[in-house]
Design a protein around this ligand. Structure first.
Ligand code: HC1
Ligand code: SF4
Length: 573
């Protein structure tokens, strides 16, 4: 151990600890900006580029995030020199930063803005040259605005080390340095998966989602359209954070009331389609298992993962389930069943809005194969954050709304659907159904706890009436790459693999309220989903009465012809 003092307090920490980490151990907060350590997902961004965390140690100032502790070191975090240095650094960062905080997407959530406020900066003494790199609006999902980038490199670490996609890296030199793409290509011309994890870690407004709010207001104002909305599982345990609730608090009823108040004609649940996905995917799995063909089956609900597998494993595109994601299955059923058969509305006169924790869902719903001819299944996706903005814009007092229920029949769901939003949840839901279908016995304990939790690769072997089924749940694209490399080499023992691009699953999606690097937030959201599951009377997708009726009256049998027409898709290398 190394012994030192920080602000007069003694502390002993292992060799190799930084001053910043040592200070954290004794609850001394040192302001910092570029540094980001999320131990739950093994991400450390330690480039010491911003110099906000300057402290006095020994003979001078050092950056706390990049300086290792030494025996008998005497660290003072709040000397006049340290405070001045921090202010200078933040003023320099602001000197070439657009000063449009009031109109910035990130207003109220920007870490640069809050550090400037904490440091009491009232005047920016320096006037720097502004970047002339144009904003990249090329994709359906992500906006990259170099003007607002402070070169903290968090996005680069996320994209390269955690997601192993490698789209973002430092290019050019000196003042012209930017975090850019290969040959400065537009994001839409790169292998970006649109996972949005770079947005989740960006401290400023340099990376944000494409704002689809105006499209939704526009649709709501058109009388000739029947505008329906669906809400993804992970949204209900996170949206409350934007209104002061704790992460994981369940806001379903108030959120439904808010959506009605905004003007949606029918407020439905993606969960309904998550149950539907399980019936299709479990049927597909049992079909492949029987034929011992195209195994392991890979889940297909995460659009960033689908982009990743299409780009990186084109030789294995026989393995992802052909099931569309629940977002898309919902749109297909809303437009082709609910519209014409229940409401007497033509599919082209329906407008389906999705509220998703994800920015890749914006891209997914634009894929031309996901629809019937010209009519796409889903018209537009907004994020949890965008819904919160719409609620605020409308002046709706979310916390004081009376709780309301989803509309029927596309609003009914079982507990299996809720857990889709946490890593391992789709797998667990599929096992609940597949087990009962194979064995014809009741599954009395539906909790497959082996596949729960934040671990990036979780595995289990399940005895299904004498057949051992090996399953694996993976989150983050870096972990997906590890597992898929084994599959590609023929070394994988798994029969089913669930893959979600975001570390932790959709609860940590790139469109969720910002967690600012605190993964306890993500754990609490997942716990919220498991609480909803355990409080529901029906917890197996095949017991959803509205799904049973949908097959009886419209789809026929799972994995049958109609199901293929509306609920299945194909992939592109
Ligand atoms: Fe997800 Fe899914 S769980 S992908 O994470 O399969 O986005 O929540 O909506 O489609 O249901 C996201 C969440 C979501 C789909 C479902
Ligand atoms: Fe990389 Fe994902 Fe960001 Fe694309 S969205 S640049 S893949 S982190």
């Amino acid at each position: 151990l190394v012994n030192l003092t920080i602000n007069g307090k003694s502390v002993s920490v292992p060799k190799g600890t930084t001053i910043l980490e040592a200070a954290k151990n004794i609850n001394v907060k040192i302001p910092n900006l570029c540094h980001l350590h999320m131990s739950d997902i093994n991400m450390v961004n330690q480039c010491a580029s911003c110099r906000v965390c300057m402290v006095s140690a020994g003979r001078g100032l050092v950056p706390a995030c990049g300086t290792l502790v030494k025996e008998n070191m005497n660290v003072q975090t709040n000397t006049k020199e340290a405070l001045n240095a921090r202010k200078n650094v933040v003023e320099l960062l602001l000197s070439d930063h657009p000063q449009d905080c009031l109109a910035c997407e990130k207003n109220g959530n920007c870490e640069l803005q809050s550090i400037a406020a904490d440091l009491g900066i009232r005047k920016i003494r320096f006037k720097g040259e502004q970047s002339t790199t144009p904003t990249d609006n090329s994709s359906k999902s992500i906006v990259k605005n170099h003007d607002k980038c402070i070169l903290c490199r968090r996005c680069e670490t996320m994209c390269n080390e955690i997601q192993t996609v490698g789209v973002l890296s430092g290019i050019n030199r000196g003042f012209n340095t930017e975090v850019g793409t290969f040959f400065n290509a537009n994001l839409s011309d790169t292998e970006c998966t649109y996972c949005g994890q770079c947005i989740s870690v960006c401290p400023t407004g340099a990376l944000t989602e494409v704002n689809n709010i105006p499209l939704v207001w526009d649709a709501l104002s058109q009388n000739e359209k029947t505008v329906v909305v669906q809400v993804a599982p992970a949204v209900r345990v996170a949206i409350g954070e934007e209104f002061g609730l704790e992460p994981g608090d369940i806001s379903t009823g108030k959120m439904v009331a808010a959506l009605r108040s905004i003007g949606f004609k029918h407020v439905f649940d993606t969960n309904f389609a998550a149950d539907l996905t399980i019936l299709e995917e479990a049927s597909e799995f049992l079909h492949r298992l029987k034929e011992n063909h195209n195994l392991p089956i890979l889940t297909s609900c995460c659009p960033a993962w689908i982009n990743f597998v299409e780009n990186n494993y084109p030789q294995l595109l026989n393995l992802p389930s052909s099931c569309k994601s629940p977002q898309e299955m919902f749109g297909a059923i809303a437009k082709n069943y609910f519209g014409p058969n229940v409401m007497n509305v033509d599919p082209k006169d329906m407008y389906v809005v999705s509220v998703m924790p994800c920015v890749a869902k914006k891209y997914e719903c634009s894929r031309s194969e996901l629809g019937q001819g010209e009519v796409l299944d889903v018209d537009v996706a907004i994020t949890t954050r965008e819904l919160a903005k719409m609620i605020k814009e409308s002046g709706i007092d979310l916390l004081n709304l009376e709780e309301e229920c989803f509309d029927s029949p596309l609003g009914e769901s079982t507990g299996s659907a809720d857990i889709f939003g946490a890593t391992g949840g789709v797998l667990e839901a599929a096992l609940r159904t597949a087990y009962e279908w194979v064995t014809n016995k009741e599954l009395t304990d539906v909790n497959f706890t082996q596949v729960r939790g934040l671990e990036g690769i979780k595995e289990a072997s399940i005895d299904v009436d004498g057949t051992i089924v090996n399953v694996c749940a993976v989150s983050s694209l870096g972990n997906a790459r590890k597992v898929m490399d084994d599959v590609a080499k023929g070394n994988s023992k798994y029969h089913i693999i669930e893959i979600m691009a975001c570390p932790g699953g959709c609860v940590a999606g790139g469109g969720q309220p910002y967690h600012h690097g605190d993964y306890d937030v993500v754990k609490k959201r997942a716990k919220g989903l498991y609480n909803i599951d355990s409080s529901k009377k029906l917890r197996k997708s095949h017991e959803n009465p509205s799904i049973i009726t949908l097959y009886d009256t419209f789809l026929g049998k799972p994995y049958g012809d109609s199901a293929h027409k509306y609920l299945h898709t194909h992939y592109f290398d």
